[in-house]
Design a protein around this ligand. Structure first.
Ligand code: PLP
Length: 388
């Protein structure tokens, strides 16, 4: 059994989650349940592999080894029924840097790019920082979960002349695991109007049964022609600091363009610990992930029960995947600024403000439950205190 209950003191370890919030909010003693990393130790075989790499002592330039490709291919096949070709696999230091490269590789300044609203904030940022036109499609809520507004997307593709869609699959912050049929309908629309799909699948392993993750490229035999996939082991195995991610590009033409953008930005060399950690995580991670998912599901149940009993005004969107929970505080009638102020300065707890995920996130907050139960319960008590 993996020990997920252990509470580690991460303060003063130079970690963003715990150590940056004092500067941001000007207060000591805040409890962080925000940024998407976990308060769990990495799997021991990953730490051992990193240690071994350090101990051999010479840390020069290193290419990706064959054993890494094999570990990735095996993981994708076993976990996602995706047979990815070796030549389709590229590496980069992160999914977000790859979003930026994809924008540069496949679009021109001024081109329109569509994203969902709400969605992971860097999507909007990379579009705007690359001087492309940002267009958002508001997600609809049906039976307490997000669904895509395909009718609106089709209109936007036509009127805004959309060139590229950045898809979050599964969806952060809503925890939606898009079904194969939803992805098929969405993909057919993109194919019809020649819209390229960049599918961010970094949360692909964090899925709660009976939900099933489908890699976008795998939905239909033609989807690999107009899509690329971004993913990593870093979210699944809590290794964000080693900075490594993969890009799967089956279409040779799209691959060539991406490689040109990568070289132009000198982003084609990855740090050795990224390679080592990713390989060890995929080779040894099955049991760790299985146990993690059980623990996360219990934490999600804990939040659900707590809110029902103690804060029934706050509505929770139950995640089908990810360790993130989208909370609706609109019944409290507070502005985004008031909501944030009460949570931070009265409750002493830090969540991600929903408004940072786009206008559709107003009066919401994103809660990260990837922490020991003790930490989560303390966080929930603080959330309650914020509104007493
Ligand atoms: C949807 C999504 N994409 C990308 C990232 C970050 O990826 P990276 O650290 O590889 O840039 C995150 C982190 O939370 C995320 O939620």
């Amino acid at each position: 059994m993996i020990e997920f209950d252990t509470v580690y003191n991460r303060r003063n370890t130079n970690c963003s989650k715990w150590d940056s919030i004092k500067d941001t909010y000007g207060e000591d003693g805040l409890l962080p349940l925000w940024i998407a990393d976990m308060d769990f130790k990495a799997n021991q075989p990953v730490l051992d592999a990193l240690k071994e790499s350090v101990e051999q002592g010479i840390l020069g330039y290193s290419p990706a080894p064959d054993s890494l490709y094999e570990a990735i291919q095996s993981w994708q096949k076993r976990h996602h029924d995706y047979s990815v070709n070796k030549e389709a696999i590229l590496f980069n230091s992160g999914v977000v840097p790859s979003l930026s490269l994809a924008i540069q590789a496949y679009t021109e300044p001024g081109d329109a790019i569509l994203i969902h609203d709400p969605v992971y904030p860097p999507f909007a940022k990379v579009v705007e920082q690359n001087d492309r036109k940002l267009v958002r499609s508001r997600l609809l809520i049906e039976q307490d979960h997000f669904v895509m507004n395909l009718e609106e997307i089709e209109k936007q593709i036509i009127t805004e002349n959309i060139r590229l869609f950045i898809l979050c699959n599964p969806h952060n912050p809503g925890g939606r695991v898009w079904t194969k049929s939803e992805l098929e309908a969405f993909g057919k629309l993109c194919a019809k109007y020649d819209v390229l799909v960049v599918s961010d699948e970094i949360h692909q392993d964090l899925i709660f049964a009976p939900h099933v993750f489908t890699t976008f490229t795998n939905v239909h035999s033609t989807f690999k022609d107009f899509s690329i996939t971004l993913t990593a082991a870093t979210k699944t195995f809590n290794l964000a600091g080693i900075k490594n991610s993969m890009i799967f590009i089956e279409n040779p033409d799209l691959r060539k363009k991406f490689l040109v953008a990568q070289e132009r930005n000198s982003q084609n060399e990855i740090n050795i610990f990224g390679y080592v950690g990713t390989e060890a995580a995929y080779q040894n991670g099955d049991t760790w992930l299985e146990e993690l998912l059980v623990y996360l599901k219990e934490n999600i149940d804990t939040v659900s029960e707590f809110l029902k009993a103690e804060l029934p005004e706050v509505n929770m969107m139950r995640p089908e995947g990810t360790y993130l929970i989208w909370l609706d505080f609109s019944a409290l009638g507070l502005t985004d600024a008031q909501l944030q102020k009460q949570l931070v300065h009265k409750g002493k707890v830090v969540l991600n403000p929903g408004i940072s995920f786009g206008p559709g996130g107003t009066q919401h907050m994103r809660l990260n439950v990837a922490c020991p139960k003790e930490t989560l319960l303390e966080g929930l008590r603080r959330i309650k205190n914020a509104f007493e």
